[in-house]
Ligand binder design. Structure first.
Ligand code: TMP
Ligand code: ZN
Length: 418
């Protein structure tokens, strides 16, 4: 059992955690302290059983992977009540439509496309009626059920060698394997790549899209760090890791999603000519010191300042007796709320469109989650924008909030009231 898969009580006894990729010792970077699971929205009756672990990150000076020191078992996070539906954002639906167009360049009628972490089928539905065979692999039963309802073939499971071997047996192998915002959630990547090795055709392509470490550092977006994001990849660490598993990046493209992501086009080593941008990104990261501790240490200092400033801002509103709301009970907000020690005394409620979250309390911080209608009725004077990665969509949708004198409180890239 990986140390990260042990229960929280025993975790405190572990003094050293090794890199999940190369087993070297990890250098600690940031310690957020006691943290619940980002998506464990709960009722008051469940307070006593609430699960906490220690959220802290480390850096591997050998393979340059930025990762969590400890992580709860995946079964605790991706289960039959996983409350995140890709479809909850219209822009994400459009993003996946465009991703589908990109993938079609590697596909043809009769080709086999596998998606790892297919969620509610938002990407795969774009292939219905194209003659391209699809299979989604999704461990969270409730979101997978949504995909199945739409007629998208979905297997409720974690992707690994067993699933891959079985899919390979039923086909001539996959032409494309895609995983969007999925790889960074998986502690045991050796199992994923062993599966990929079995399933992908010799000339097949894998496309991964994950939050990009460079953007997290540039925006001081420390809220990208939570239990589900076991890794935050840079091009450097992705490239090192792939090499150790017999794959390589042949192209890459930055994406706006999840606050700044990178899309990696991957093949078996030596199968395709890498584009010039691969070397350019590696050089850029090398110049920025991504192989050293420096950028991560500087990031830690900025995170500590951000916490002080956000608390100061909320306490100011409290002193003036101005109630503050939250906008979108995102997974990322769990890190901010618990690390800064923000509870219902500073943020009275958080508006969120996800029915599974409404009526519940936020993990650890116990702030009520309400539907957007309540936010509109209450018309608060100030609101913290937790879904900052959807800012464009939300600011447009909530024009009335600002027009009627409401102030947005932003904390990425820095704390500011607008
Ligand atoms: P994400 O940052 O992980 O994509 O979180 C999305 C959450 O934000 C999800 O619970 C839905 C919520 N949300 C809203 O409440 N209103 C919105 O307008 C958007 C875009 C998301
Ligand atoms: Zn390592």
């Amino acid at each position: 059992m990986h140390p990260a898969a042990q229960p929280a009580d025993s975790i405190s006894l572990i003094s050293k955690v090794s890199c999940r990729i190369c087993q070297s010792e990890l250098l600690p970077i940031l310690d957020f302290g006691k943290m619940p699971l980002a998506n464990a929205f709960l009722d008051q009756k469940d307070f006593e059983q609430e699960y906490f672990f220690n959220l802290a990150t480390g850096f591997c000076s050998r393979c340059f992977m930025f990762q969590l020191l400890e992580q709860p078992a995946p079964e605790k996070m991706f289960h039959q009540a996983y409350p995140f539906y890709t479809r909850s954002s219209q822009r994400m639906v459009e993003h996946f439509k465009q991703l589908a167009e990109t993938l079609k360049k590697f596909l043809y009628p009769g080709a086999f496309l596998v998606e790892m972490g297919s969620n509610d089928g938002t990407l795969l539905e774009n292939f219905q009626g194209t003659g391209i065979e699809c299979m989604g692999i999704e461990p969270s039963a409730n979101v997978a059920a949504e995909a199945l309802k739409r007629g998208i073939p979905t297997q409720i499971d974690f992707f690994g060698p067993q699933v891959a071997a079985q899919l390979a047996k039923q086909s001539d192998g996959a032409d494309v394997l895609v995983a969007a915002n999925c790889l960074c959630h998986i502690p045991d990547l050796a199992s994923v790549f062993s599966g990929l090795g079995l399933l992908l055709k010799k000339t097949g392509v894998a496309v991964f899209e994950d939050p990009y470490l460079g953007e997290v550092l540039a925006k001081t977006a420390y809220d990208q760090i939570y239990d589900e994001h076991v890794f935050l990849f840079s091009v450097t660490s992705m490239s090192e890791m792939l090499s150790s598993y017999g794959f390589e990046i042949f192209d890459l493209e930055p994406q706006w999603t999840h606050g700044g992501s990178m899309r990696y086009f991957i093949c078996r080593k030596g199968q395709r000519e890498p584009s010039a941008s691969v070397a350019a990104w590696l050089a850029k990261e090398s110049e920025a010191g991504f192989k050293t501790l420096k950028p991560y240490e500087e990031f830690r200092k900025r995170v500590e300042i951000s916490k002080v400033q956000l608390l100061e801002c909320l306490e100011n509103f409290k002193r003036q007796a101005v109630p503050v709301a939250g906008y979108a009970a995102t997974s990322k907000s769990t890190t901010v709320l618990n690390y800064c020690g923000i509870g219902p005394e500073l943020i009275s409620f958080i508006s969120d469109t996800t029915p599974d979250k409404q009526g519940k309390l936020t993990p650890g911080s116990h702030i009520p989650v309400v539907p957007p209608e309540i936010f509109h009725q209450a018309n608060p004077k100030a609101a913290v924008l937790f879904a900052w990665n959807h800012a464009a969509e939300i600011l447009r949708k909530e024009e009335n909030f600002k027009a009627s004198g409401g102030k947005w409180i932003h904390f990425v890239p820095k704390v500011q009231i607008d």
